[in-house]
Design a protein around this ligand. Structure first.
Ligand code: BGP
Length: 466
């Protein structure tokens, strides 16, 4: 049975929706610098949420939302490497949280959704140990400021996606291909997660703290032993090093063994493993866009190519990890979005069941949604029946998992409004509310917004079940 306090909501991230990149004392993040230096479409103005947050929260309330998942921008809060706090930035999130509470909306707060202050990137960013201390200090400021108003905290959004894209694929800042640094950044992020959970407990914070993971439930092309071995390696690569580490306090030992054969793991200290073991999270935030369909690795070099832009995107993805596995992107029985993301709602059902059986902690689906090219400027309201169908199928999968015993306590659609998609700019639209970026960021609720209102207000009974 679905919980009567189930959190129906939508989600955003600071860099992707706020804009106001140089307002209110905010210092540059690594995304500002990387996009500006490379002349790429940026989020300087994003969806102008920095100025329009009241309107956005009003729309959430009118749309029946019970919760809003957003992130705090570290570069608005701590503005230099001396740890100086920026009162204007602190006040901005008090305003957002207060506005949510005034409107009966539960704030669901992420501490890090990728906008690392550039002054920390200049010191080596996530690949260096010092960042763990800086992160913990930043988290403490947030806990102290907002702790009596916020019940749900997440330490990180999608460590895997951030680290692999930045340090291995190289399509996100810092834009390099360096496996040793990928391993270091992954480890330090998970260590920072544990240390922050420790501080959360020491400070006797009310509420709960979790981590948000880019969940790719693993499926195999067949039942052969080779495929099963590839699936285990893929599960380590995609999921286990985040979820096992954060929830069970254990980094998968077979994965460490494989990495240890080729890379230097001596930077991982005994005390770090101890900290990871002793400080586990309260809940799992799972972002679900698609499963990963896996076949055995059959030779050749590693290739990691995903999330290409515009017309080059479709059919261009390839993920081969040498000696580990290959991901299938051209399954003839599947449909894919314009950006090569498979549409596979059953994967969400199986993914929830597996995660709940394995970890036994409450689950929130912290992101789920679909992007389309949409003509917001020329439409009064976009009639996005494709999105409605997609969302209905995915929520149905969640309700089936709940019926089968999984503890799922909330669901957040990505995204609240159209916003800046990392590297894909503004044309990749996910919002329930359209944003006319050319016309004063005018908000235009789409058909899906009105449909979701019925879902929220009926606590899910408006979903067509199968
Ligand atoms: C997740 C991120 C979000 C968001 C979403 C859609 O990985 O947490 O920040 O961007 O994916 O991704 P994209 O914008 O690349 O389509």
């Amino acid at each position: 049975m679905i919980n009567k306090n189930f959190l129906w909501g939508t989600a955003t991230a600071s860099y992707q929706c706020e804009g106001g990149w140089n307002e209110g004392g905010r210092v540059p993040s690594l995304w500002d610098v990387y996009l500006h230096e490379n002349n790429l479409e940026n989020g300087n103005d994003a969806s102008d949420h920095y100025h329009k947050y009241k309107e956005d929260i009003r729309l959430m309330k009118e749309g029946g939302h019970k919760a809003y998942r957003f992130s705090i921008a570290w570069p608005r809060i701590i503005i230099n490497d001396k740890g100086e706090v920026n009162p204007e930035g602190v006040q901005f999130y008090h305003n957002i949280i207060d506005e949510c509470l005034k409107n009966g909306i539960e704030p669901f707060v992420t501490l890090f959704h990728w906008d690392l202050p550039q002054y920390l990137e200049d010191k080596g960013g996530w690949a260096e140990r010092e960042i763990c201390d800086a992160y913990v200090e930043y988290a403490k400021v947030c806990f102290k400021e907002y702790g009596d108003k916020v019940t749900y905290w997440s330490t990180f959004n999608e460590p895997r996606y951030y680290v692999f894209s930045g340090y291995k694929i190289g399509n996100y800042p810092p834009g390099i291909d360096d496996t040793q640094k990928t391993i270091q950044a992954s480890f330090y992020m998970m260590l920072a997660n544990a240390l922050t959970v420790g501080v959360f407990r020491e400070m006797k914070m009310k509420g709960q703290i979790g981590i948000v993971h880019s969940y790719a439930p693993i499926f195999g092309v067949d039942d052969s032993l080779e495929t099963k071995i590839a699936m285990r390696k893929a599960d380590n690569y995609f999921n286990n090093w985040i979820l096992d580490t954060a929830i069970k306090g254990e980094i998968p030992i077979d994965m460490l063994g494989m990495l240890n054969e080729k890379y230097d793991l001596s930077f991982m200290k005994e005390a770090d493993f101890e900290a990871i073991k002793n400080n586990t999270v309260d809940f799992a935030g799972l972002n679900y866009y698609a499963r990963a369909l896996i076949k055995p690795y059959t030779g050749g070099e590693s290739i990691l190519r995903i999330n290409n832009k515009g017309s080059e995107a479709k059919g261009s993805s390839k993920v081969v990890v040498k000696g580990w596995f290959e991901q299938v992107f051209d399954n003839p029985d599947s449909t894919y979005t314009e950006w090569d993301t498979e549409i596979y709602p059953q994967g969400l059902y199986h993914g929830i069941i597996r995660a709940y059986e394995k970890y036994k902690v409450p689950i929130f689906i912290t992101e789920n949604g679909v992007a389309f090219y949409e003509d917001v400027p020329n439409e009064k309201s976009v009639d996005d029946q494709g999105r409605i169908h997609f969302l209905n199928e995915h929520i149905n999968a969640i309700l089936n998992a709940i019926d089968d015993g999984a503890e799922v306590l909330g669901y957040f659609i990505w995204s609240t409004m159209d916003l800046y998609s990392w590297k894909n700019g503004h044309e990749k639209r996910y919002g329930l509310v359209g944003v006319d970026f050319e016309n004063n960021f005018e908000r235009k609720p789409k058909a899906s917004y009105y449909w979701y209102k019925k879902v929220c207000e009926s606590n899910g009974t408006a979903i067509e079940r199968s």
